[in-house]
Structure formats: structure tokens, C-alpha cells
Design a protein around this ligand. Structure first.
Ligand SMILES: NC(=O)c1ccc[n+]([C@@H]2O[C@H](COP(=O)([O-])OP(=O)(O)OC[C@H]3O[C@@H](n4cnc5c(N)ncnc54)[C@H](OP(=O)(O)O)[C@@H]3O)[C@@H](O)[C@H]2O)c1
Length: 337
């Protein structure tokens, strides 16, 4: 009787020892995996170099096409790609802004420029036909799919206007697909090209109150990954640029901070890390600016998706409240004048 009890205790102790050993191994593997992944992020961000722009035709007469080129991130791509000796085709809505920028770029960098003004919200097929003619005459090395439109302020889907929903789909999705289709023919014929799709963390972590913009950027992310695999054998590099906040008109942030760079350092980071994931776990995707790469890594490796989405919801409810109060103040000020 006594020996049975002793045997049972010994067996229980053995089981406990085996379980503790098993959990220790699993724990150690988990920590090793996370540590390696973090070290890999640091190497990507601070050591590894991206593909050289020369392989896409820089300095050899090739052109870079930039949509949404007259402001913010697109304008900075225009400067930096011209400095790298690409000729530049600038596309956006306001012709006068494009012409001023084109003159400045020609004077400063000694490259050729062309401008093409169109409003993507119109979805006018004649605009695209004319643009196709322009593009078919150029040796295109780079396409920056940068143009996008967003909700004016965070707004519940149920309250959002039909017009704004259509505009987001037309600009962020349909326009991007149409221009890419024109450009890939030209690139495939030369067996070289770079397509950068300017994505957003709103397409990575679902963003309530910006649901249509968020969905359009998720489309861009998945489409970039599928297209990247299709076009790789044709010598074309595709990359979704997972962008967090940048100081521009769209973000409405006026001053830079750790997480929010000015367009200049942001674009410099993107162009120096082509083909390097920098914290992104998806293929054909990068989060090249250091704090953006870090944010991307933390989101992927710490709390659950529903936790991050809940934080996104809280923050956008708060942003909406502040935006509505600002509207009220502006309306009151306008009334009193
Ligand atoms: N800024 C951020 O924090 C942030 C974060 C994540 C992702 N992004 C992404 O980065 C990209 C660039 O954004 P940004 O912040 O640089 O924006 P931005 O400063 O507001 O510039 C937008 C550019 O797009 C053009 N554009 C806007 N609507 C247009 C339309 N309907 N037709 C033709 N052109 C139009 C504008 O042209 P006009 O000057 O002629 O109006 C301007 O050149 C977008 O894809 C955005 O989603 C930005």
C-alpha cells in the first residue's frame, strides 16, 4: 500500500519534471525565434542595402512616373528620383503646381520632365487613353503609385457619403490598376522596372472610421504581393511600402517626431531599401523608415490583431471627436465675422 503511494508520487514528480522541461524548451524556442526576428529587423534597417536604382535605368535615359506628384511624399519622390538621374513624368490634379515643380526639377537636376494633369476621382477613360499615349513613348524604369484620397475626418461607414466612397475606390484602386497596366507593358518589353505602391498601416491593421481607405490600402497590399510574384520573372520588382505617419497635408501633422518623419528622410529610406523587408512579414512589402519598421515589427510580434484593432478604434473615435470640435469652432468663427 505504502509503496504504491510512493510510486504514484514519484510518477507525478516525473510527469511534472517532463512538463517543466517541455515548457522550457518551447519557451526558449519562442524567445529565440523572436530575438532572431528582431535582430533580422535591425540588420535590415541599419546594415542591408537595397537594390540599386541604376538597375532600373537611372542615368541611362529612363523615366520615373509618379502619381500624386505635386505634394507631400510624391513630390519628394520626384526630387530624389531626379537627383538619381531619372527623367520624371509628374501626374496629379493641379497643372499649375506640376508646371512649377517640373521647372524647378529641370533647373536643379538637369533631367527632362513632362507633366500630365488629371483628376483621378473622375475616372475619365479619355484621360487614361491620352496618358497611355504619353507613357507608350517613354522608356519607363520606375512607377511610383502614390496618389490616394482619404476620408476627410474619421467617419463611421454608415454615415460616409456615397461620393467619398466612390472617390476612394476610383483613385486608390481603379486609377492605380489602370496606370500600372499601361506601364508594365513598357517595363516587360525591356525586362526591367520598379513599381512602388505607397501603402499604409491602415491597410495592415484594420482602421475603423477610415474603413474604405483602410480597405483600399489592404487591397494594395495583397495585390502588390500577388503582382510581385507574377512580374518577378519579367525582371520587374514590385514593392508595397507600408507607410506609417509622415508630415504631409494628408496626415495633417505639421511637425516631425520619432514616428512621423518629414517626406525627405522617409523617401530616402524607401529608395535605399528596395527589396529589403525591414520588419514586414509579407513578401514584396517593406517598412523601410526605421521607426515604421519597428512599429511594424511590434504589431506583428506582440499583442493580438484584435488588441491592435481595438486601439485603432479608440484612437480614431478620439480623432473624430477632436475634428468635429474643430469644425464647430471654425463654423462659429465664420459666423461671427
Ligand atoms: N502622410 C501620411 O501620414 C501617410 C500615411 C500612410 C500612407 N500615406 C500614403 O502616401 C501617399 C501620399 O500621401 P501624402 O500624404 O503625400 O498626400 P498629400 O500630401 O495630400 O499629396 C497628395 C497628392 O496626390 C494628389 N491628388 C490627390 N487627389 C487627387 C486626385 N483626385 N487626382 C489627382 N491627383 C490627386 C495631390 O495633387 P494636387 O496637389 O493637385 O491636389 C498631391 O499631389 C498616399 O498614397 C497615402 O495614402 C500617407
Amino acid at each position: 500500500m505504502l509503496s504504491n503511494e510512493v510510486a504514484a508520487i514519484l510518477n507525478e514528480n516525473k510527469l511534472a519534471t517532463v512538463l517543466v522541461g517541455l515548457f522550457s524548451v518551447v519557451g526558449a524556442l519562442f524567445i529565440a525565434n523572436k530575438t532572431l526576428s528582431f535582430l533580422n529587423l535591425l540588420v535590415d534597417l541599419y546594415v542591408r542595402s537595397g537594390k540599386s536604382l541604376q538597375q532600373f535605368g537611372a542615368g541611362k535615359g529612363a523615366w520615373a512616373v509618379i502619381t500624386g506628384a505635386s505634394d507631400g511624399i510624391g513630390k519628394e519622390f520626384a526630387y530624389q528620383l531626379a537627383a538619381a538621374k531619372f527623367n520624371i513624368l509628374l501626374i496629379s490634379r493641379t497643372r499649375s503646381k506640376l508646371e512649377i515643380l517640373a521647372n524647378e526639377i529641370e533647373g536643379k537636376y538637369g533631367v527632362q520632365t513632362q507633366v500630365y494633369a488629371m483628376d483621378f476621382t473622375k475616372g475619365d477613360l479619355q484621360d487614361y487613353e491620352k496618358l497611355k499615349e504619353v507613357i507608350s513613348r517613354l522608356d519607363i524604369g520606375v512607377l511610383i503609385n502614390n496618389v490616394a484620397t482619404n476620408h476627410e475626418i474619421p467617419t463611421p461607414f454608415i454615415m460616409e457619403s456615397e461620393e467619398l466612397i466612390n472617390n476612394i475606390v476610383e483613385v486608390n484602386i481603379a486609377g492605380t490598376l489602370r496606370i500600372t497596366k499601361m506601364v508594365v507593358y513598357v517595363m516587360a518589353a525591356k525586362h526591367r522596372g520598379l513599381i512602388l505602391n505607397i501603402g499604409s498601416f491602415a491597410g495592415y491593421v484594420p482602421t475603423p472610421y477610415l474603413s474604405v481607405y483602410s480597405g483600399s490600402k489592404a487591397f494594395l497590399s495583397t495585390w502588390s504581393q500577388a503582382l510581385g510574384a507574377e512580374l518577378k520573372p519579367k525582371g520587374i520588382t514590385v514593392q508595397n511600402v507600408n507607410t506609417y505617419f509622415v508630415v504631409t497635408g494628408m496626415s495633417k501633422i505639421r511637425r516631425s517626431n520619432f514616428l512621423t518623419p518629414y517626406p525627405k528622410p522617409f523617401v530616402r529610406a524607401v529608395l535605399s531599401k528596395i527589396g529589403v523587408p525591414c520588419g514586414s512579414e509579407y513578401p514584396y512589402t517593406s517598412a523601410a523608415y526605421p521607426s515604421h519598421g519597428l512599429a511594424n515589427w511590434l504589431i506583428a510580434n506582440t499583442f493580438s490583431w484584435s488588441w491592435w484593432e481595438a486601439r485603432n478604434l479608440e484612437s480614431h473615435i478620439d480623432i473624430r471627436k477632436r475634428a468635429l470640435r474643430k469644425r464647430e469652432r471654425e463654423a462659429a468663427a465664420a459666423k461671427s465675422q
